[in-house]
Design a binder for this molecule. Sequence first.
Ligand code: C5P
Length: 233
Amino acid sequence: MNKDVIIALDFPTRQETLDFLGQFTGRKPFVKIGMELFYAEGPQVVRDIKAMGHRIFLDLKLHDIPNTVKRAMAVLSRLDVDMVNLHAAGASAMMRAALEGLTRPDGTRPLLIAVTQLTSTDAAALKEELLIDVPMEETVLRYAQNAAKSGLDGVVCSPLEAAGVKAACGPAFLTVTPGIRFADGDAGDQKRIMTPERAGQSGSDYIVVGRPITQAADPAAAYARCVREFLGQ
Ligand code: C5P
């Protein structure tokens, strides 16, 4: 199992992103590129960061009809990223089509991770807007099981849900968990948080860490601390 720390590159421009990455002179961190940077700078920023030696989680959360997602995933796969994601709400046919599109001619492909329910969706929205009557936890676990049955590699979830997802979908099914804060850090707008050390013990395979590293006075030192605490090294 390749446990690792993924830094969320939540920057609006290529220049700010490259200035930030320039501070990492040792181990090249696994990084997450989201919609903001991708839509601002396009696919070239992905190629450039890849060429610098970083592994990349391209966090674009695809959700469309199977054929469209399949073709879009084939394009993302050619960018040579290491991990991509989609909404499990697109259902099994879309998830299987995504896997087909992602698989390169040589049989390799990026890891494919599902978003279950967004953490911004609360119980009231689930029931009254999405008309889902079962509790949130049951929805999350069922969507995770749908993803596992469709052949996906894992889900994005809270570190508090990681053990439950592993129990429902098997130990090899990956959990990618944001909501990480140092014990002496600022929670910011994250509510259900865990330290890197506790996340490591709770079954998270990859932790996604943004502000505790990007806003630190010394980001390289904060990253090194995060890796040390998460991997127990
Ligand atoms: O700065 P912070 O550590 O809170 O950043 C966490 C990253 O993980 C951000 O890029 C955020 O969009 C993402 N994320 C999250 N919660 C989710 C899914 C993604 O915080 N449920």
